[in-house]
Design a protein around this ligand. Structure first.
Ligand code: C2E
Ligand code: MG
Ligand code: MG
Ligand code: MG
Length: 283
């Protein structure tokens, strides 16, 4: 049997907490080798122009298949990577791989999730520039997704970094908008090009109980994005009814399992090889 590191230090009051601590330690240890052992991969979820279902961009989503544990969700291992300082090498790898893949998708943008821990590193802008230089992807085809908390972090470094990224020509989106605390007045001053409306709001659009409020939130988000000259993307579209409402409200972009799940780079190639809709169906 494998001897588990640090076991003796853990007080055994709560068996569940004990198991969680142990899993954290296993993930932290093995994530260190995951890159070298090619256990990490990217999936890409298409983002469509809702008006005519044209594929506009693709969001890179990180996957880790652990040799013993199987797939570990990013919601679990990203926080581990942040805590133990592995988010920098992992994040740099994601940036480079996403840019490399997007190089083969002319006219399609790629969006990459960036952790607040990465954003606060002094060399983050250099890492982004390196990924672009190395792959030859034009900066205007790269978008970075940051959470509200990261963008609104009360630190001059963040504003400076965002400005430098915009000067490079990279686009910046707020991820999961509407899911947390937002200082809207401060958000207004940030160089944002996109807003992604959290899927918890989209989920409400097809619910008879909360539908009215979800409509109001969506209209408000469209209005706010419009004022910031930012493009709105609806996340987590699962049902045709949600798609219809979003189209009727004039939401420009959307993604979700109802449109297309995250796919491999080869599958995205195939999607792009199929004829793309050219003619807007409405207005
Ligand atoms: P996110 O950026 O909000 O990504 C969207 C998540 O929603 C993805 O989960 C995607 O698979 C999922 N999703 C897409 N369509 C639907 C839908 O219709 N219904 C539902 N229920 N879910 C849908 P995933 O891939 O598990 O990623 C979870 C989170 O992990 C991401 O949330 C992002 O915050 C983080 N993440 C993923 N990849 C990276 C990465 O490379 N770097 C960093 N820093 N974070 C990442
Ligand atoms: Mg995202
Ligand atoms: Mg999101
Ligand atoms: Mg989300």
């Amino acid at each position: 049997a494998v001897k588990r590191a640090g076991r003796r230090q853990v007080r055994r009051y709560h068996p569940q907490q004990d198991a969680a601590t142990e899993r954290f330690q296993v993930l932290a240890r093995d994530l260190g080798h995951a890159l070298a052992r090619s256990e990490l991969s990217l999936r890409f979820q298409p983002i469509y122009r809702l008006r005519d279902r044209r594929l506009i961009k693709a969001e890179a989503l990180l996957r880790w298949t652990h040799p013993q544990l199987g797939p570990v969700p990013p919601g679990e291992f990203i926080p581990v990577a942040e805590r133990v300082g592995l988010i920098m090498p992992v994040g740099a790898w994601v940036l480079r791989e996403a840019c490399r893949a997007a190089r083969g998708w002319p006219g399609v943008r790629v969006s990459v999730n960036v952790s607040p821990v990465q954003l606060l590193q002094a060399d983050f802008v250099a890492t982004v520039r390196e990924a672009l230089d190395h792959t030859g992807l034009p900066a205007r085809r790269l978008e970075l997704e940051l959470t509200e908390t990261a963008v609104l972090y009360e630190d001059d470094r963040v504003a400076r970094t965002l400005q430098d990224l915009r000067e490079l020509g990279v686009r910046i989106s707020i991820d999961d908008f509407g899911s947390g605390y937002s200082n809207l007045a401060r958000l207004r001053t940030m160089p944002i090009t996109g807003v992604k409306l959290d899927r918890s709001i989209i989920a409400g659009l097809s619910d008879h109980e909360t539908g009215g409020f979800a409509h109001a939130l969506t209209r408000a988000a469209l209005d706010i994005a419009g004022h910031m000259r930012a493009e709105l993307t609806a996340e987590g579209i699962e049902h045709p009814a949600q798609l219809e409402v979003l189209r009727a409200l004039g939401c420009p972009l959307g993604q979700g399992h109802g449109l297309c799940p995250p796919v491999t780079p080869a599958e995205l190639d195939a999607l792009l090889a199929a004829p793309q809709p050219e003619i807007p169906s409405g207005s």
